[in-house]
Design a protein around this ligand. Sequence first.
Ligand code: CU
Length: 565
Amino acid sequence: MAQTIPADVPVHDEAHHEESFWSHYVFSTDHKMIAMQYMFTGIFMGLIGGFFAYAFRMQLAFPGVEVPLFGVVSPNEYNALITNHGAIMIFWVAMPVLIAALGNYLIPLMIGADDMVFPRLNRLSYQIFLVSAIVLLASFFVPGGGFAGAWTFYPPLSSTAEYSLTPLGSSLFVVAIALEFAAFLMGGINFIVTAMNSRAPGMKLYDIPMVVWMIVVASVLFMLSVGPLIAGAVMLLFDQNLGTAFFNPERGGDPILWQHLFWFFGHPEVYVVLLPALGVVAEIITVFARKKLFAYRTVLYTVFGTGVLSFTVWAHHQFVAGIDPRMAHVFTVTTLLISVPLAEAMFVYIATLYGGSISLTTPMLWALGFIATFLIGGVTGIFLGASGEDIYLHDTYFVLAHFHYTFFPIAIIGFYAAITFWFPKMFGRMMDERLGKIHFWGTIIPFNFIFIPLFVLGLAGQHRRIYDFTNYPDLAAYQPIRVFATISLLVMFSFQLVFFYNFFKSMFRGPKAPKNPWQANTLEWTTESPPPHGNWKELPTVHRGPYEYSVEGRESDYWPQNEPA
Ligand SMILES: [Cu+2]
């Protein structure tokens, strides 16, 4: 239920005293500043994760060669690079940027609140997240180096000192993961409570913008799935340091147990980051097609259904781990089922575009790029979900390419869609459209050139997590394909410079943004760009139904094609 704020309650102290640098940038409890902290930390970690990808892709294309800025990649370094590339991109880039930064920035502004319900918990959430990132970065510099047992940290490579070449590195890795989950639990509680209790008067449950709903559902999924993994991480720490044997079969433990604990979290985790990105795309295509979402409530029910289903598919990661084949059938069925609601969401998005008056702005290009690439990710997942076929494809580059066709749209395209769309609101200035489009095409084309070849290599039987394929007679012949993928990566990376140039130049020099440059009609566009402390001088009230907001004194008439004539 939306709460009504009595008229005599002061909304926010507009004329508050000057803040010092520390209280404004470092110890702020303002949701917008915390969102920026999450976003910039995520971008920084993304640069590190990207650099790791560059180093190991160079090793794969040109084995043993000295990699500029890195040096020769040793086999153990190679393992540490792929491990931490995966962990960083998922836990320290996708999570903080898509759910923490977007949730923090958008939820209060899109529901008409002046801040989060628990601002100090919010600040603590970021601080713990920052510590987790520092612990992870520190793990690269301890004796033995960073953890090198793959991002899923399966025992025994992660648990017992005798198998692990990086005992201290793996302990710090697990501590960093556990800290980070504690941070996101705090953030998630805030998101859910704020969206449910702080909405502007008149905004009913079905008026909540889709991206806010998506972040709320993602937070619920995270809270329900993360328990087993935190418990597993603690058990792993005990195995590493206190001599327990939860995952050690020689002493009665079971390494497969870890796989269950990990993937019970790991699969819902896909939806934890996917849903915010889906929400971003929904907001953008409705604005730039000048249409309402084709089926708002259907998408919402779909998302709820996907959330429930996402807890029933995890063992599709374990088809070759020795689970009972009859169980494999069950997980095949649930996995194929979960592709239905997502296909439906894609259908709704395409139906929203149909007949709209589409303007291909940079955010719209990213949103359309999301739909196109994510569809490839989704469709290739169906191959892997079928247990019979997975026996052949398991742990090949086909999995790797499938995975990147889901996570790249989510984390990278979702981020670029969101940042190009909300940049005017965040920084009060417009980004350069021409540079934005150059960056879009310079990213999306090489992205496909990196990963389509990897599907081919996977079907040829190329196994992941191997240091040098030229040692394998059957696989050495494919070396030109590996070189092609690596060069595409270099091209894609170089186009990211265009983004950073555009981003920082526009932040300081871009033309001033009006309140509502895109003529959108969600609430965040009714306040100044950037919004003041407290977001509005007077909190807004919502008058009309779903996706047709109008704020006191302003008619919402941006979407002339809302209703059929
Ligand atoms: Cu999965």
